[in-house]
Design a protein around this ligand. Structure first.
Ligand SMILES: [Zn+2]
Length: 1007
């Protein structure tokens, strides 16, 4: 017996509709069936590897419950509660990476504003309105409970939080309710939806969102109806697409639920993945089994030559495991010769009838492959453009920085670009008391030096093993002697005057601005945010950790504490915050790296942007599997021709990625992968487009794993150095560190493969510079800055705005001056920072229906384009756009190339930099400007990032600029300004308006 409300009206083909009865449930983490006003037992799995019509019926059977009253909307879900992943502990952090539920609710009867409330099993909430995390549902309540392996989460959302008044509302709200699975086993995120039109890709928040919600009708009446059992259709026409309509028993006119579902009956056996237990020489054939009949279902394997697919090298046969769900069948491959294969498989039922078949790839590799112990780039040399460092017993000098060790603390002084960054020594604090270090030993090399410092004046003796490298990076292992300890921390006190912001690396839109006068304390969980940077537009300090080995924290959320007063911005790393004892020495590790870290590659910044080719796509036949015989020769020739035509081609690679479909992964994947599950795939392509899937599907390997590191390094360097390929510049995709939880090679989940990534980039950089001193490396960076990026001449960023940009089709409110300074401008001192443009692209990807009506030349579009372009240019970035991309808007290109006329030795400054030669009469955080100048000419970009019209008086420092031109003309034909006798001019800008003012002799001469 089930209680539901009744009635749904005229259903359209794409919308699920149902009625919800008025009830007020008790939020206690458990649902009783009479507590709610609607019950929806239907769901299907949204598996992005499948076409929509192939989505399987979900056997995980989450049950959804809904109710409403005058105060709240209620939603509850009961689903798998075994091994729930719950790492996120902070509101508005990425809760969807945990096992979680997502409630979408539009309050006003239309689809926007769309409220999204994501909850994990710890009750941590991430709530968004139209994708923006600034919004918080003030009165939202959550309850969790787990019983008999089933997890119940209940959510109450006050109507007033979502702007809805049920009594007076003419419209029905739209609802979507999903379960995000993030089991350690699958490692993937899967959604279970009420609505077939909700589609996702695997990965965080990267939704291909269409009409995503069900219409719900709020009913006063709750009819006592028996809920009919839903039959999953097996055969026939309705097997693929089923109309489901449920009516109240005894009252066929009352529709309880209506929906159209793509349903698929379970196949007896479905291939999932293949991997290898290398020590046992056993192939693990993973299927999803649903064996209905008694008797043996068989699996036949046929290993054929990879290239010809003809010659059979080995055949194996075995019985399918009689278990429901994922099944692992083992085959002895000790007799399989080394080589790469196309592995055909065939399933048959107990009568010997063939059920299904297909093929995958498999490889067997030597016990000691050619890449083992790859030594590429490991020599002790300093690659250009770095100057040789000087290592002394008490410190070192390297590019633009000087570090002094010891004395009262661990580091006595850190000078960057002539500024002393430290307000006091970097201190190691033992049981609440700072200790004093002396340098005990010093071993200088060409590109690095090893120091041992010791402090014997604390309760427990501490040694610091410090390695300093040519780029200013310092890795420090603090080794405490055996014994008891109550607390251990490192304090990094930075001078407040050189701090304008802090970056915890978690978000691209929001950073922590620290304008003068702001004081306070902020805490960070080092597991979720292991890397940090604090500084201003000119200098800063990077720091962070790789894992929590040797830590002892009672409160992980206070692992990092940033406390800021008028004098000091102090970052504290708390390694131990509660008593712990050890009979052996214990080490904890962290790094520091003052910025800027390298001379900027000015030649690259000034290279003709029309001839920059930053992307070749995969040149390996499997995703970045660059090995002899496994590259796409035709594609390589194509880009070699462009290179011969003067283009600067950056050849594709991924620091830490591999193809989960490759023969290599079939052999090594179990050990190399970062989840513990080699079948994890990060980017799934439609399996029907096999070639695309094999080349494009990718997954991370763990760079803490030596075998993977060796292969990856060898593969990149083989391609770089092979005489058959004309490679001079390299691109590294997805080159930001992430965490690994593959226990098979010793990662438990808090390990970031940061040092492996840094070592990889450094060694490849050495190899690149040996081959071609003018060669450059370009890296796809993301929210955070780490010393793994120091080897990129150019960082390419800006991919993380898609979702909000897709909703508003501009960057208003998404680009903020503080975040730009922290995230981009500080880097732009030592790295060419480039960003992509996404307004057109988000139409393409997210709103194709709107594309035909998008006019990039319409005034609103141009305003949005120039707003974004001005933001990028003012903060000294490149915009990755080419002149032949007119379809995305003509304004991008002149904005990108606006300063080129000033020559490669032009200078740049902006509102956030010290001694900017431009000033404004009434400064405002949303009135921004940047300037380039050279030989008496200048380009001034001005932006009003508000919704008001503003009038300002700008003054140029004519002396410093040595300006020989008095008239600045907007390059987009929107008027000119003339400097008066005080080198000033008035400017009036409408909402979000920009001016690109060109002070050029040719213009002034009335060209
Ligand atoms: Zn690992």
């Amino acid at each position: 017996m089930m209680v539901v409300s009744v009635l749904a009206v005229s259903a359209s083909a794409d919308t699920v509709q149902f009625g919800i009865g008025r009830k007020t449930p008790v939020l206690d983490g458990f649902v009783s069936r009479t507590e709610y006003g609607a019950y929806v037992p239907y769901s299907y799995e949204c598996d992005s590897s499948l076409a929509a019509e192939d989505m399987p019926w979900s056997e995980r059977s989450p049950e959804c419950y809904f109710a409403w009253d005058d105060e709240c909307f209620y939603a509850a879900m009961v689903s798998d509660g075994v091994r729930l992943k719950t790492l996120v502990s902070e509101r508005d952090a990425n809760v969807y990476t945990d096992d979680s539920v997502e409630l979408y609710l539009s309050g006003n009867g239309r689809k926007t504003p769309l409220h999204q409330i994501i909850v994990n099993s710890r009750g941590v909430i991430c709530d968004l309105r139209d994708g923006k995390r600034e919004w918080n549902a003030a009165g939202v309540r959550v309850a969790n409970g787990v019983k008999d392996g089933r997890w119940t989460v209940e959510i109450a959302v006050p109507w007033k939080d979502v702007g809805f008044t049920p009594a007076s509302q003419l419209f029905a709200p739209h609802v979507n309710f999903c379960r995000n699975y993030h089991s350690g086993q699958s490692g993937s995120v899967r959604f279970i939806d009420l609505d077939e039109n909700y589609c996702t890709t695997i990965g965080h928040g990267n939704y291909a969102q269409r009409d995503t919600q069900a219409l719900v009708f709020l009913r006063d009446k709750v009819g006592e109806v028996e809920f009919p059992e839903l039959k999953v259709p097996g055969e026939g026409e309705n097997a693929r697409r089923q109309i489901v309509s449920l009516r109240e028993p005894g009252n066929p006119k009352e529709l309880v639920f209506w929906g159209s579902y793509p349903l698929r009956s379970r196949e007896p056996m479905v291939f999932r993945s293949v991997t290898t237990d290398i020590p046992k020489l056993e192939l693990l054939f993973i299927t999803e089994n649903n064996l209905q009949k008694p008797g043996d279902y068989r699996i036949d394997l046929d290993f054929r030559d990879l290239k010809t697919d003809s010659e059979s090298v080995l055949r194996l046969s075995g019985a399918a495991v009689r278990s429901k769900g994922l099944a692992e069948q083992r085959f002895d491959v000790s007799k399989l010769p080394e080589g790469e294969y196309r592995l055909h498989y065939e399933f048959s039922d107990p009568e010997g009838r063939k059920l299904a078949g297909g093929y995958t790839y498999y490889g067997r590799y030597p016990a000691h492959p050619v890449w083992e112990n790859c030594a590429a780039g490991s020599e002790d040399t300093v690659p250009p453009p770095w100057p040789a460092p000087t290592f002394r017993a008490d410190g070192f000098d390297c590019f633009d920085r000087n570090v002094r060790l010891g004395e009262k603390g661990l580091l006595a002084s850190v000078v960057s670009s002539g500024r002393e960054l430290l307000a006091a020594p970097v201190a190691v604090v033992v049981n609440g008391r700072p200790v004093s270090f002396r340098v005990k030993s010093f071993e200088p090399h060409v590109s690095f030096a090893d120091y041992v410092l010791s402090a014997d004046d604390g309760d427990v003796a501490v040694r610091a093993k410090l390695r300093a490298e040519f780029d200013g990076y310092m890795w420090i292992d603090l080794v405490r002697a055996a014994g008891d300890i109550r607390s251990l921390s490192v304090e990094i006190p930075l001078r407040r005057e050189y701090v304008a912001g802090h970056d915890d690396g978690s978000d691209v839109i929001d950073k922590l601005p620290l304008p003068a006068g702001r004081v306070g304390e902020w805490t960070f969980d080092p597991v979720e945010r292991p890397f940090f940077w604090t500084g201003d537009g000119a200098t800063g300090m990077m720091g962070g950790t790789e894992d929590l080995h040797g830590w002892k924290l009672s409160d992980r959320r206070r692992g990092y504490v940033l406390s800021v007063d008028d004098r000091v911005a102090k970052m504290t790393i708390n390694f131990v915050d509660s008593p712990t004892a050890s009979d052996r020495p214990v080490a904890v590790g962290f790094y520091l790296n003052p910025t800027p870290v390298r001379p900027k590659n000015v030649a690259l910044e000034n290279f003709d942007p029309a001839k920059m080719c930053r992307w070749t796509g995969h040149v390996g036949t499997f995703c970045d599997m660059k090995m002899p015989g496994s590259v796409d020769e035709e594609r390589i020739r194509r880009f070699e021709r462009r290179q011969a035509n003067g283009e600067k081609v950056f050849w594709y690679g991924g620091t830490a990625i591999a193809s989960p479909y490759s023969p290599l992964w079939a052999w090594y994947g179990r050990e190399w992968n970062f989840t513990g599950d080699p079948s994890t795939v990060y980017l799934e392509m439609d399996p029907k487009d096999r070639a695309k899937r094999d080349a494009g599907g990718w997954i991370w390997g763990c760079l803490r794993n030596k075998s993977f590191f060796d292969w990856r390094l060898w593969s990149h360097c083989w391609f770089l150095n092979d005489s058959g390929y004309a490679v001079s510049n390299l691109y590294f995709d997805i080159s930001f560190p992430r965490s690994c939880r593959n226990a098979r090679h010793g990662c438990a989940g808090n390990e970031y493969f940061f040092r492996g990534m840094r070592e990889m980039h450094k060694r490849i950089y050495r190899e690149l510079k040996k081959k071609n001193p003018d060669g450059a490396m370009l890296g796809h960076i993301r929210f955070v800055r780490t010393p793994a990026d120091n080897f990129f001449d150019e960082g390419w960023c800006g991919e993380a705005y898609e979702i909000p940009v897709s909703k508003q089709h501009n960057y208003y409110g998404l680009l903020k001056p503080e975040a730009m300074q922290v995230h981009y401008a500080s880097r732009a001192n030592d790295m060419v920072v480039a960003s992509s443009v996404q307004i057109y692209r988000t139409y393409q990807v997210y709103s194709p229906k709107l594309l035909p009506s998008y006019n990039p030349e319409a005034p609103e579009s141009v305003r949005a384009i120039l707003h974004c372009a001005a933001y990028f240019k003012i903060h000294n970035m490149l915009i990755t756009v080419r002149p032949d991309e007119g379809i995305i808007g003509k304004a991008w290109w002149p904005a990108e190339s606006c300063a080129l006329f000033l020559g490669p030795d032009r200078r740049h400054s902006a509102y956030y930099l010290p001694e900017c030669p431009v000033s404004v009469d009434v400064p405002d955080r949303l009135f921004l400007y940047g300037i380039w100048w050279n030989r008496g000419e200048a380009m001034l970009v001005v932006l009003n990032d508000t919704d008001e019209t503003v009038a300002k008086r700008l003054t140029l420092d004519a002396g410093r600029l040595a300006l020989a031109v008095r008239v600045g003309e907007d390059i987009f034909g929107r008027g000119s300004v003339t400097l008066d006798g005080t080198d000033s001019f008035e400017i009036r800008l409408g909402p979000r308006e920009t001016r690109f003012l060109r002070f050029a002799r040719a213009l002034e001469a009335g060209r």
